[in-house]
Design a protein around this ligand. Structure first.
Ligand code: DX5
Ligand code: ZN
Length: 217
C-alpha cells in the first residue's frame, strides 16, 4: 500500500490548521512534521507545541521526523503531543536500540532515518525493531532541495534486507520527491513518500496528491 505524507515544512504557517485540513481532504495518508534544532541540522523549525496544534485539527497519523541532537530527551513530549510515528536519525543516536524501545514503550511507532551518506548496512541489527526506515533523499535541513539519485541503490538494498529477514517494515523517502521521480522510487522498493514543496507549493492540493499517486500504480 503506497502512502503519501505531505510535509508541513512547506505549508503557510500563518494558517497551519487550514493547510493541514486541505491535504487531509485531498487524500493525504500521513502528516509529516519536520523537527529541527539548529544543531543536528542547520535550520530551526518546530517542536511539540506545533505537533499538539496539528493533532487538534486532524485525525490522520502524525509522522514526526526528529532532526535533533539527543532525541531521547524529547520523546515523551512528542508522544504526549500526539505523534503516531517518531523517526530518529541513526547519526544522532549512540544508543539506538534503547531509543527505539523507548519510543515503542510510549505507544508510538518507531522508525530510523539514514542520511544520504549513511550505508544501509547500519540497519542490520536494528531493522527487526522498527516499523519504518526513512531514507533521506536530500541532506536534511531544508525543503525544496533536489533528489539525490544515488540513494536509489540504497532503497533496493534496504528492500532486499527486509525481504531476506521476512519483515514487514515500511520504506519512506524524504526530500525532493515529486510526480516525476515517485515511480522509480517505488520500483526500487519505497512505499511511503514525503513531499513538501510538490504538494504545499501548489494551489490545488488534491491535484498535487493525485498527480503523485497516479505514478504509484
Ligand atoms: C528535509 C525535510 C523534508 C522536507 C521535504 O530536511 O526532512 O521533510 O520538508 O521537502 P521537499 O519535499 O520540498 O524536498
Ligand atoms: Zn522530513
Amino acid at each position: 500500500m503506497m502512502k503519501i505524507a505531505p510535509s508541513i515544512l512547506a505549508a503557510d504557517f500563518s494558517k497551519l490548521g487550514d493547510e493541514v485540513r486541505s491535504v487531509e481532504s485531498a487524500g493525504a495518508d500521513y502528516i509529516h512534521i519536520d523537527v529541527m534544532d539548529g544543531h543536528f541540522v542547520p535550520n530551526i523549525t518546530m517542536g511539540p507545541l506545533v505537533v499538539e496544534a496539528v493533532r487538534k485539527v486532524t485525525n490522520i497519523p502524525l509522522d514526526v521526523h526528529l532532526m535533533i541532537e539527543n532525541p531521547d530527551k524529547y520523546l515523551q513530549a512528542f508522544a504526549d503531543a500526539g505523534a503516531d510515528i517518531i523517526t530518529v536519525h541513526v547519526e544522532a543516536c549512540p544508543h539506538l536500540h534503547r531509543t527505539i524501545q523507548e519510543i515503542r514503550k510510549l505507544g508510538v511507532k518507531p522508525g530510523v532515518v539514514l542520511n544520504p551518506a549513511t550505508p544501509a548496512s547500519i540497519l542490520e541489527n536494528i531493522i527487526e525493531d522498527v516499523d519504518m526506515v526513512l531514507l533521506m533523499t536530500v541532506n536534511p535541513g531544508f525543503g525544496g532541495q533536489s533528489f539525490i539519485p544515488g540513494v536509489l541503490s540504497k532503497i533496493k538494498e534496504v528492500r532486499s534486507m527486509i525481504e531476506r529477514k521476512g519483515l514487514n517494515v515500511d520504506i519512506e523517502l524524504d526530500g525532493g520527491i515529486h510526480a516525476g521521480n515517485a515511480k522509480i522510487c517505488m520500483e526500487a522498493g519505497a512505499n511511503v513518500f514525503v513531499a513538501g514543496s510538490a504538494i504545499f507549493g501548489k494551489e490545488d492540493r488534491k491535484a498535487a496528491i493525485e498527480e503523485i499517486r497516479s505514478e504509484l500504480q
